[in-house]
Design a protein around this ligand. Structure first.
Ligand code: PMV
Length: 328
């Protein structure tokens, strides 16, 4: 391999949708933030013409030259690893290096299938590590390729997940204007709770589409309220007003419940957060399972997070990530 390395490492952050999920599919804004939970990738060139991927107990080993039909028959269960394999194959083909093999080791702090952007982060980190093998560390190219690969997984993907995972920060997405970063006047403290109920984003998005078709004027009313919440949230972040931001979380959750994308376990986790001192809470991502986010007062965040997580469930106190993908 000319002008290339034998091994490379990278990592990319998970994300939470703070405001605007579902409505963003219908040309409304959304606010999305990268968080300090990462997926780590170690890539090395091997001497066999095969792509070998290991993540915890899961593994996949496929000859580099295999065609897609073979791969899908070969292992349908590896829903997490297969998109990663596709990313490796894509970069090798782009760099005209289809004859070399790659070993990939993945180590993830991000729960899978809970709406925290694990698939986008794995695409971003894998592509970054592979590009780095070929001395390419351009974040824009990483984002563009990751977005294409992510769209193969979620056909209607807006690219928001890949954007925040690549560039980090809190990002305002407006359908006609694109992405812009939001600077906050203070650090906010967010607690994530996972329901353990895996959701299919595609299925929930289809259910919302049906809801919209049957209740168009009600849907429009909810959309315009959701847009207003995004506007107020930007201001609250600019001003560092966590009381206002918390109440906007709760207001946004009411709209999502009306859309029919909440879940009894989501409601239970939200109630527990509010009863224990959270400033507001909502589901994040597609809903019908997945995860919730609660805004905690920064000065008492650890104490409140301890109280909430004492009973049961999986909780993570997180901070926003401002770095995005890291390449070694
Ligand atoms: O659950 P997630 O992280 O896949 O988020 C889906 C967000 C939606 O707004 C429901 C769909 C989308 O493409 O924006």
């Amino acid at each position: 391999m000319n002008n290339s390395k034998h091994e490379a490492i990278s990592s990319a952050p998970a994300k939470v949708i703070l405001f605007g999920e579902h409505f963003v599919v219908y040309h409304n804004p959304a606010i999305v933030a990268a968080i300090n939970k990462r997926i780590h990738v170690h890539a090395e060139v091997n001497n066999m013409p095969s792509i070998s991927i290991k993540s915890g107990q899961k593994s996949l080993n496929i000859p580099t030259a295999s065609n897609d039909n073979f791969i899908q028959v070969y292992d349908k269960t590896t829903t997490f690893l297969y998109p990663i394999f596709k990313c490796v194959k894509h970069v090798l083909s782009e760099k005209e290096k289809q004859t070399i093999g790659i070993n990939l080791h993945i180590n993830s702090e991000i729960p899978y299938g809970e709406g925290l952007g694990s698939s986008a982060a794995s695409c971003v980190a894998t592509i970054a590590a592979l590009y780095s093998l070929f001395s390419n560390r351009d974040k824009h190219q990483i984002y563009n390729t990751a977005k294409i690969m992510e769209q193969n997984i979620h056909t209607n993907s807006s690219g928001v997940d890949c954007y925040v995972s690549t560039f980090g920060g809190i990002v305002d997405f407006e359908p006609n204007k694109g992405f812009s970063k939001i600077e906050t006047a203070k650090k906010f403290s967010v607690l994530i709770g996972t329901t353990g109920v895996k959701h299919s984003t595609g299925e929930v998005v289809s259910q919302v589409k049906l809801f919209r078709e049957k209740n168009l004027s009600h849907f429009k009313e909810l959309s315009s309220k959701a847009s207003m919440i995004c506007t107020k949230a930007r201001k609250a972040m600019d001003e560092g007003n966590e009381l206002e931001l918390g109440s906007l979380f709760t207001e946004n959750q009411k709209l999502l419940s009306m859309l029919g994308v909440s879940h009894p376990l989501i409601e239970k986790l939200i109630e527990r957060c509010i009863n224990n001192g959270a400033l507001g809470a909502k589901l994040t991502g597609a809903g019908r399972g997945g995860a919730i986010i609660a805004l905690l007062p920064t000065d008492k965040n650890k104490e409140i997070a301890d109280r909430i997580s004492r009973e049961s469930g999986k909780w993570m106190l997180v901070e926003f990530d401002h770095d995005g993908v890291a390449i070694g």
